[in-house]
Design a protein around this ligand. Sequence first.
Ligand SMILES: NC(=O)c1ccc[n+]([C@@H]2O[C@H](COP(=O)([O-])OP(=O)(O)OC[C@H]3O[C@@H](n4cnc5c(N)ncnc54)[C@H](OP(=O)(O)O)[C@@H]3O)[C@@H](O)[C@H]2O)c1
Length: 246
Amino acid sequence: MDKKLKGKIAIITGGSAGIGFAAAQLFLEKGAAVAICGSRKERVDAAISGLSAFGPVKGFVVDISKNELCKSMVIDVVKEYGRVDILINNAGITSDAQFYKMTDEQFERVINVNLKGTYYMSKAVVPIMMEQRYGKIVHCSSVSAYNGNFGQTNYAATKAGIMGMTRVMAKELGKYGINVNAIAPGSILTDMYQAVPEEIKQKKLATIPLRRYGDPREAAQLLAFLASDEASYITAQTITIDGGFN
Ligand SMILES: NC(=O)c1ccc[n+]([C@@H]2O[C@H](COP(=O)([O-])OP(=O)(O)OC[C@H]3O[C@@H](n4cnc5c(N)ncnc54)[C@H](OP(=O)(O)O)[C@@H]3O)[C@@H](O)[C@H]2O)c1
């Protein structure tokens, strides 16, 4: 395994499952020290016991929709490691319903976690990266923002918002040596995707040119590339990883 992230300090939100967990393992394998968070303690604890064999990793129980918790996680990471080189804003949720059936609570919860959480974590990390004159931020958008997946008014709004944030943040922060990009996954086999009804999954498969779902490790590889110095001249981009679906 190459050590392209050797010595880097990375925060990965939602590192307790799915794409975030795969990214945490890969970043450790590539030589980074990693701090993960999730909102459920038992999942964070289980992830840490699975990840510890790969390198230095710390777990935080943080609901990213709570600004104060995001700030205090970042303060703790800086106390421990002295800097933050990489922020992977991966944590996200769905709460699907057709528009006319969607409750305000469903809409607001998804906005609070996916969009505000991405904002709060970035807000806590950016001053540190500005001072360092170095940073890599990678957000998680979705092809749902392009395609408007049925039942995902709330989710697609957050993921389109994240694409906009990516472009603005990249323009404002480039002069401080900070790259800001996003990935837009299609159908990656994680708990989030397992929640999609079987019938819809089967129909979806036929529309994916590669005729298979993505593995979390494949999404993690893209995150690792964008977080590395190999991607040093890439910023303001949202890169799709969807087997050709979009
Ligand atoms: N899988 C796909 O097909 C797909 C497609 C497009 C985009 N994406 C995006 O990729 C990202 C990762 O998705 P995934 O499929 O890996 O999801 P997942 O398997 O459901 O995992 C989500 C992770 O986020 C954490 N999380 C959820 N709510 C949180 C909160 N309020 N605060 C902190 N952590 C929270 C979860 O931990 P807890 O449950 O313990 O909080 C878990 O670690 C998401 O942003 C998602 O929207 C996924």
